[in-house]
Ligand binder design. Sequence first.
Ligand SMILES: C[S@@+](CC[C@H](N)C(=O)[O-])C[C@H]1O[C@@H](n2cnc3c(N)ncnc32)[C@H](O)[C@@H]1O
Length: 243
Amino acid sequence: MRVSLSGAWLAFLTVAQLHGCASAPPAASGPPPAPPTAEETSVKPGINDHYFEPESNARYVRLLEAETREIVQRREEIVDALNLREGMEVADIGAGTGVLTTVMAERVGDRGTVHAVDIVPSFLERIRRRVDEAGLGNVVVVHGEERATGLPSASLDLALMCDTYHHIEYPESYLRSVLESLRGGGAFVVIDMKRKEGASPVLLNHVRADKQTVVDEIEEAGFVLEKEIDLLRHNYYLLFRRP
Ligand SMILES: C[S@@+](CC[C@H](N)C(=O)[O-])C[C@H]1O[C@@H](n2cnc3c(N)ncnc32)[C@H](O)[C@@H]1O
């Protein structure tokens, strides 16, 4: 399907680059989303559809990797604040093209592992290439599902979701899966876009929930909010723990 760059979409791209997110515009024409197969229905049907379209893939890759993007510009500081140590087993959930995966892999070293999870095959392929080029042998690429991470149970010291929470269509099921993947006391870090006052309607539509709603949903799933790290301008940075 060919997607035309409407004025609204162009406006969104500008905002999206600023805010470090490069996802789908509001619902375009196309096939209706698949009917839910479990009890939970999608909170944002179609939000990931454009990532799968070969015609638009290159554009999303550019947006995710743009040096003007806050997440890319400040990737070292973002990973510093995770306090990773050699030998840790961690995950980059919704890893996209892996802009944070490689930094995390350097920090956990040869004895550690980074599981890079995404649902878009072309992104996973790009992560494989990136990791090969960097000579990193400690990244496991995981083709996840819409409702579950695909990660082994009780295995992780830390799971990161950067600019991804608002792309999760089935948060209740997905959070259950993230919780199960963590060891007791393991950290769950969520970095996501601020819904600032005066933000464009396109952005407000794209990012369905504000920070407090996100905190409530994650606590409801069984996590405990430990702290907020004041680091980024366009994104909040929250650290939860599995009790
Ligand atoms: C805005 S991108 C952020 C990518 C990356 N974390 C970054 O900051 O560069 C959102 C990512 O979430 C992924 N995603 C959406 N739903 C997902 C799910 N259920 N499981 C794993 N990844 C998912 C998308 O494919 C996309 O790569």
